[in-house]
Ligand binder design. Structure first.
Ligand code: ZN
Length: 100
């Protein structure tokens, strides 16, 4: 596997993590409405599991490691957590997303 391939795999993983987070985050309300009307009996348990999934994925995204420097790509301590999710450069070395 070339360096370029390794970076491509890393960026694909990064995009997948962020996409999953945003789908879960934005799916919160429609899922809640669906659960309240269709699965009322299990609503609390399902929504607690959903919240746990959003939380876990929300932690998984910042754990992405930069393919160049090997440090976390996103900073934990960002003023705007959603802005950090959309970061375009590595917080450590400045590598831009998608660079080969
Ligand atoms: Zn880096």
């Amino acid at each position: 596997m070339t360096e370029s391939d390794r970076f491509a795999v890393a960026w694909k993983d990064f995009r997948r993590r962020k996409r999953l987070f945003w789908w879960l985050f934005l799916g919160w309300i429609p899922t809640g409405v669906l659960v309240m009307f269709v699965l009322r009996r299990f609503a609390l348990r399902i929504m607690l599991a959903y919240m746990a999934a959003v939380f876990v994925v929300g932690l998984w995204v910042p754990l992405f490691v930069c393919p160049r420097c090997g440090e976390r790509f996103l900073s934990w301590w960002h003023r705007d957590p959603f802005g950090a999710m959309d970061a375009k450069k590595c917080a450590n070395c400045g590598l831009e997303v998608g660079a080969a």
